[in-house]
Write a protein that binds this ligand. Structure first.
Ligand SMILES: Cc1ncc(COP(=O)(O)O)c(C=O)c1O
Length: 373
């Protein structure tokens, strides 16, 4: 059997990682400004993380959600405290799409409605409702095109108010910072108006923090820069530092019912031990503060480079927009300078490094980047 060929691949086989570096099978070292697509939060192969997962798998890797799992309870308590949503509850699954799927489902159970508002250029995952809320017709199969979703222009307060005033909107789903859409930031004005309009209509406000959350923006959640709270927050990527996991943070206004949500693998012992080790390291090494400090430095330095049309972002979630397509530039950065980066569309390079990126590594990246401009 061969692999189902859906990924355009770089011809590189990565076999090892440490901190913000990875190595290929020939021993070539790369600086990782991509974090395996914003997934690596505390750095590759962190010793505490390795030890915690190894210990857990040797004790109990998995048991079902039909018995008490104290690791899940500990994770909920600790995550609530560290992220500022202490009074919310946590539902655990295995991926970002699943987190959004469950969030949208909960919203519909709550107010009985079926209409969703999402933003132009948004990305929320590839499963049924999550992909329908994603503004990319190429990945919405006919079976997913069920006319639940209206896409609004980003930061257009009037358009948003107009749709919400119809009184039939189940939920609005918004990324804390748009990732796939090219690092687009919602304004404070838009987010406050959105919060208010959702309250007036009993519409559920879902913040998708799958890419922008878990400290990446320099606050635990990117929407905390805007000074608002969500009814539901979805997380994945950085929560497990590569161990597949997702979470839905749910306001106390939602009442849980037995059987309404469920999953076989979600919140298993091994995943929880990974997520707890991630929180240990984030706290011990103050990685949210580090993302803010190193990200601010990178943003300032990148804005001085004339070849870049626009630099956008917060913390260690940065987009570099060029006048011209960046395919060649990004390839040269990888092949000549050994730096991994991400991409959005044709003209934007995305930086999503591990949150432990040091000032020295950031300076090293800038030096290598300038070499190919
Ligand atoms: C904002 C956002 N939401 C949802 C997802 C989907 O997550 P997953 O690929 O884990 O299903 C992603 C993945 O890139 C994302 O960036």
């Amino acid at each position: 059997m061969e692999l189902f060929d859906v990924y355009p691949l770089f011809d590189i086989h990565i076999v090892k990682g440490k901190g913000c570096h990875v190595w290929d099978e020939n021993g070539t070292e790369y600086l990782d400004l991509y974090g395996g697509h914003a997934v690596i939060s505390i750095g590759h192969a962190h010793p505490h993380y390795v030890e915690a997962i190894s210990r857990q798998v040797a004790t109990l890797g998995f048991y079902s959600n039909s018995v008490i799992n104290k690791l899940q309870q500990e994770l909920a308590h600790r995550l609530g405290k560290v992220c500022g949503y202490d009074d919310y509850s946590l539902f655990l699954i295995n991926s970002g799409a699943e987190a959004n799927e469950n969030a949208l489902k909960l919203a519909s159970f709550y107010n009985g409605r079926t209409r969703i508002l999402s933003l132009c250029k948004s990305f929320h995952g590839r499963t049924s409702l999550a992909v329908e809320a994603t503004d990319n017709p190429k990945i919405i199969a006919p079976i997913n095109a069920n006319k639940h979703v209206t896409y609004l222009p980003m930061n257009d307060v009037e358009a948003m108010r107009r749709e919400l005033s119809k009184g039939d909107v189940c939920a609005v789903i918004v990324e804390g910072i748009q990732g796939v859409g090219g690092i687009q930031l919602p304004t404070d004005e838009f987010m406050h108006a959105l919060r208010q309009a959702c309250d007036e209509q009993d519409t559920v406000l879902i913040l998708d923090e799958i890419q922008s959350g878990y400290g990446r923006s320099g606050r635990f959640f990117a929407h905390q820069w805007n000074g608002i709270k969500a009814d539901i927050v979805t997380v994945a990527k950085g929560i497990g530092n590569g161990f597949p996991m997702g979470g839905v943070l749910i306001s106390p206004r939602f009442t849980p019912l037995y059987g309404q949500l469920g999953t076989t693998f979600g919140g298993n012992h091994l995943a929880c031990s990974a997520a707890l080790a991630v929180l240990d390291v984030m706290e011990e090494e103050r990685l949210v503060e580090n993302a803010d400090k190193v990200g601010t430095y990178l943003l300032e330095e990148l804005k001085k480079i004339p070849a870049i049309k626009e630099v956008r972002g917060r913390g260690l979630m940065i987009g570099l927009e060029f006048e011209q397509p960046i395919k060649e530039l990004r390839l040269r950065l990888l092949k000549e300078q050994h730096v991994f980066t991400g991409v959005s569309g044709t003209n934007v390079i995305r930086l999503l490094p591990p949150l432990c990126l040091s000032m020295e590594e950031a300076a090293e990246f800038l030096a290598r980047f300038k070499q190919i401009l």
